[in-house]
Ligand binder design. Structure first.
Ligand SMILES: Cc1cc2nc3c(=O)[nH]c(=O)nc-3n(C[C@H](O)[C@H](O)[C@H](O)COP(=O)(O)OP(=O)(O)OC[C@H]3O[C@@H](n4cnc5c(N)ncnc54)[C@H](O)[C@@H]3O)c2cc1C
Length: 496
């Protein structure tokens, strides 16, 4: 099978998986009010690839069938530029509002498959072979993957890594003829109801003596024993006028319980191999996946700038402070664009012939975004003020008695009619103020570690040679009394 259509994607979701939301265990996510809108929203992301095949599709290197370009293992700077176009198409479709469209995991696994040298180290040759086979399946069957890399929190003071004997974090408890048995939990599987399979791979490094926790594998969502506990739905209504974003882009987040789940041997990528677990995420994973996430973020920032500007224009809000705040959002978007471009222009072979962007500009950007996105939301709320909450619904516009009154009293400035004005402000509220907006802000703050942790990492990874040289000049130069010559000249002059 090659790149799927949205309809093909939807058919795969009704497979008996165990999804819990609110008071219910859901039998069909494509038909449930909490999920149906986003299922169709995601289906749209599959259709996009057929609408823009030149940007989104490429031939599979072995079979020639058309696959999404996010599955490419980049071998040059040109490959990365090519991948950029496809990732941008996908980001534009959700205006960056869905963080985990399937291209995120496609890029991740393409990056892993480009580094069999690292995955196959320390006796893990079989795991690496399984992973390469799996990436072929992923790209040719156009699979939607969710993932969990973080250990659940019980007692925060114990740190990120499970101690030996921890019975909450996911770990291996036995073997069968067909594979291994795993038990425990992981967080937080975004996209779970809309995925075909779940991926488990390393997050924070593990402590000595916890080899049973060193696991990586991918299994189908309906594997017996897998349970997904979703957060409350933010899906809004099914009406794209009232809820233009939350009606279709609530990608969901789920706590995952592995209640004695069998992982087949050929789906195991790391089987209690601590050295590989603690090493494979350290080198090329970040610069690779950051190309996808930062193109998404840049797209969202540019959308936010356009939306905020449209909002100000529709009520002719022209104070200098509004322009200043609009300029602030533009600045974020432009910084993001420049960082991605610099990282791609300085791409290099990260090992084994796999080309990924330069890491440093992406580290800087990733560290800044948890602070920029909340500020963007604040700006949109400041510019929008009460207008964000004075925007009639589609049903109210459809009422023949109400409509003339709305048209008169709720119109915008100049020639902006009430319907157009409501559309802008409803979009802006869904972007910054709805239940989904609040969840999305939380996502931007934490989806790959908090801003605080990212900034600490930035400092630790930063290349300090030039910074040290600039400082050391002042710390090592001979001490000079500035002005001493002039003072002595004056004295000489006076004497003369
Ligand atoms: C909406 C959403 C979706 C997510 N989706 C996924 C997913 O699909 N797959 C997945 O695997 N995970 C996902 N995650 C989980 C995510 O990876 C974690 O939330 C993230 O790694 C942060 O870990 P934490 O929540 O334990 O918070 P922490 O990183 O522990 O942060 C909690 C607080 O403590 C502070 N803090 C922690 N450590 C330090 C430190 N060293 N210095 C200073 N301050 C510190 C932070 O700044 C923050 O205020 C998602 C999270 C969210 C919120």
């Amino acid at each position: 099978m090659a790149a799927r259509t949205g309809e093909e994607f939807l058919k795969g979701l009704n497979d008996g998986r165990e999804i819990w939301v609110g008071n219910e265990k859901v039998s069909d996510v494509t038909d449930h009010p909490a999920f149906a809108g986003a299922a169709r929203g995601l289906a749209g992301s599959y259709d996009i690839q057929h609408q823009f095949p030149d940007d989104c599709l490429m031939p599979d290197p072995e079979t020639g069938e058309l696959i999404n370009v996010s599955h490419m293992i980049p071998r040059s700077k040109e490959d990365l530029k090519r991948r950029h176009k496809g990732l941008e198409r996908c980001a534009e479709y959700t205006v960056g509002y869905m963080g985990r469209t399937p291209d995120y995991m496609n890029v991740t696994y393409a990056g892993f498959a480009g580094r069999p040298d690292e995955w196959g180290a320390n006796g893990n040759e079989e795991g690496a072979e399984n992973l390469i086979k799996y990436q072929k399946f992923l790209r040719r069957d156009d699979i939607s993957l969710t993932h969990t890399i973080i250990q659940p929190t019980i007692d925060k003071s114990e740190g990120d890594a499970p101690k030996p004997g921890n019975d909450v974090a996911l770990h291996k408890v036995g073997e069968t003829e067909h594979g291994i048995i795993v038990r425990g939990a992981r967080i937080l599987a975004t996209l779970a109801p809309f995925a075909d399979e779940i991926a488990v791979y390393p997050g924070a490094p593990l402590l000595p003596g916890t080899d049973d926790y060193a696991l990586a594998f991918c299994i189908p969502m309906n594997t017996p024993g897998l349970k997904f506990i979703c957060r409350d739905s933010c899906a809004g209504s099914r009406n794209t006028f009232d809820h233009p974003l939350s009606s279709r882009f609530d990608e969901q987040d789920a706590f995952v319980i592995f209640d004695d789940v069998e992982v087949p041997w050929d789906r195991l990528h790391i089987n209690c191999n601590m050295d590989v677990y603690n090493q494979v995420m350290r080198t090329s994973w970040f610069p690779n996946v950051m190309q996808q996430t930062m193109i998404r973020a840049q797209t969202k920032l540019e959308f936010a700038w356009g939306l905020a500007a449209k909002m100000a224009e529709s009520i002719n809000s022209v104070q200098p402070t509004q322009a200043q705040m609009l300029g602030e959002i533009w600045t974020f978007a432009e910084f993001a664009r420049s960082c991605v471009q610099t990282a791609e222009d300085n791409a290099h072979d990260h090992g084994n012939g796999a080309w990924f962007p330069q890491g440093a500009p992406l580290v800087a950007l990733r560290s800044s975004l948890p602070y920029w996105f909340p500020r963007v939301n604040e700006i949109i709320r400041l510019i929008g003020s009460h207008n964000l909450l004075a925007a009639p619904t589609h049903a109210q516009f459809s009422d023949p008695a109400l409509r003339p009154l709305i048209d008169h009293f709720m119109r915008g400035a100049k020639d902006v009619d009430a319907h157009s004005r409501a559309r802008v402000f409803r979009l802006a509220w869904d972007f910054t103020g709805s239940a989904l907006a609040s969840r999305v802000e939380q996502y931007e703050r934490f989806y790959l570690a908090s801003g605080a942790r990212n900034q600490q990492l930035a400092h630790m990874l930063g290349e300090r040679t030039r910074a040290d040289r600039l400082v050391n000049r002042f710390l090592t130069e001979p001490i000079i009394e500035i002005g001493a010559d002039r003072a002595s000249n004056k004295k000489v002059g006076a004497a003369a």
